[in-house]
Ligand binder design. Structure first.
Ligand SMILES: Cc1ncc(COP(=O)(O)O)c(C=O)c1O
Length: 405
């Protein structure tokens, strides 16, 4: 008998952020320098106290930890979340409402698995973080998208959510500050969307891994945990990856005041035994990072954002709006098929031995045809590298045989 992978395995979508990597590897093997604007891998150093903690971990046996995460780390996380709000009528977060996970990625999978059964549906705002669809697909859950537009900063309204909720909808997944749009939701809008979800019996899964990355001076993005009346429907996703530039640590968490959702997620967590023990030890130390260090990095990202937007907008036919947060933006290119152009940049083009890599944006949309002429760019490189990447892009577009205008 012939052996076949599952349909779910066959139908899984390759990550639009990573699927062109073989072309980049081949370019590098030919001696090219590739500016990686395709992936959100920050180059900012991981906080020294976090790296120190790794060096000082001295348990004699590297044992399993608790499935829900170490008590010390969950307590410290609860304190951190409680420090994000003024004294309020909403009860404080307890350590027993924090579940430590293998990155924000596992927290997202647990959130979808705890809210949706096979054949049910999550709602997302497109363009969205492609792994939302990937996680749902692994779980046999459908993804339905509400289209947002660059013309109003990719805003999502409560009315759009109300209109989109259908009989199979069990959860709405939002990311604010958003990947890939950089859009930041204000508290009033977040609350209004949450109330629509709550009234319709839909969970609101709020992916807040970019919480600190807000550039308009208003501080952190508002958290779903502190919106009154949403206690039972809100599930917050978090991660150390971006906040501490520690993507390799693989530590995140799910936070909810809904005891049934927590209990379900904990059972999923028990099946994978425990989150990484050493990384939690380091993540605990990272929580002590002074705000001044974070502020300096945010100022750095703001300079990068401004340099990239200025560089892109100076290229004829390229359109990009200034995002309010995260470290991504959507870019419209004067080409009919952005993926073909991205491959051409890696395979065929070079400017003095250099080229640039973007993530083609069609994989960030569920609606066929959308994003065809767009890429997502991440500004996770130093300003001179971003400026050079724009020069390379400008020269590439000028030389591209299929350029539109
Ligand atoms: C919006 C969003 N959520 C979640 C994640 C997952 O992060 P991690 O699993 O590294 O915590 C990412 C990573 O890029 C992201 O952009």
């Amino acid at each position: 008998m012939a052996l076949h992978p599952s349909l779910r395995g066959k139908n899984a979508q390759a990550s639009p952020i990573r699927r062109l990597s073989p072309y980049a590897d081949a370019a590098k093997a030919r001696g090219m320098r590739v500016f990686h604007l395709n992936i959100g891998q920050p180059d900012i150093p991981t906080p020294p106290r976090m790296l120190e903690a790794y060096r000082h971990f001295d348990d004699k046996v590297l044992a399993y930890g608790a499935s829900e995460g170490s008590a010390a780390y969950r307590t410290a996380l609860a304190n951190y979340y409680n420090s994000l709000t003024q004294p309020s009528a909403i009860p404080a977060i307890l350590p027993s409402q924090v579940l430590v996970t293998v990155g924000g990625s596992e927290a997202l999978q647990f959130a979808i698995a705890a809210t949706c059964d096979i054949g049910e549906e999550i709602l997302v705002a497109e363009p969205y973080y492609p792994n939302y669809k990937g996680f749902a697909q692994i779980l046999g859950v459908e993804t339905r998208a509400i289209t947002t537009s660059s013309s109003n900063g990719f805003a999502l309204s409560a009315d759009q959510v109300r209109a989109a909720i259908g009989p199979k909808t069990r959860a709405l997944l939002i990311s604010s500050p958003g990947n890939p749009t950089g859009a930041v939701m204000d508290a009033a809008n977040l609350r209004a969307i949450g109330e629509v979800c709550r009234d319709a019996g839909v969970f609101l899964v709020s992916d807040e891994v970019y919480r600190d990355f807000v550039y308009d001076g208003s501080g952190r993005a508002p958290s779903v945990l502190w919106q009154p009346g949403l206690e039972s429907c809100a599930i917050q996703i978090d991660s150390v990856s971006k906040r501490y530039s520690a993507c390799g640590a693989r530590v995140g968490c799910l936070v909810t005041r809904n005891p049934e959702i927590y209990a379900a997620a904990l059972k999923f967590a028990q099946t994978r035994l425990s989150p990484p023990v050493v990384d939690q030890f380091a993540a605990l130390a990272a929580l002590e990072t002074p705000q001044s260090e974070t502020d300096a990095h945010i100022a750095d990202y703001k300079r990068r954002r401004d340099a990239l937007v200025a560089g892109l907008c100076a290229i004829p036919g390229v359109r990009a709006a200034t995002p309010a947060g995260a470290f991504y933006l959507m870019v419209e290119l004067p080409v009919p098929d952005a993926e073909k152009f991205c491959i051409w940049l890696l395979e065929t083009f070079q400017l003095a031995g250099e080229t640039v890599m973007f993530a083609p944006a069609d994989g960030f949309y569920a609606t066929p045809g959308l994003g065809k002429n767009q890429v997502r760019a991440a500004y996770v490189l130093e300003v001179p590298k971003l400026q050079r990447a724009c020069e390379v892009l400008a020269a590439g577009l000028a030389a591209y045989p299929d350029r539109l205008n």
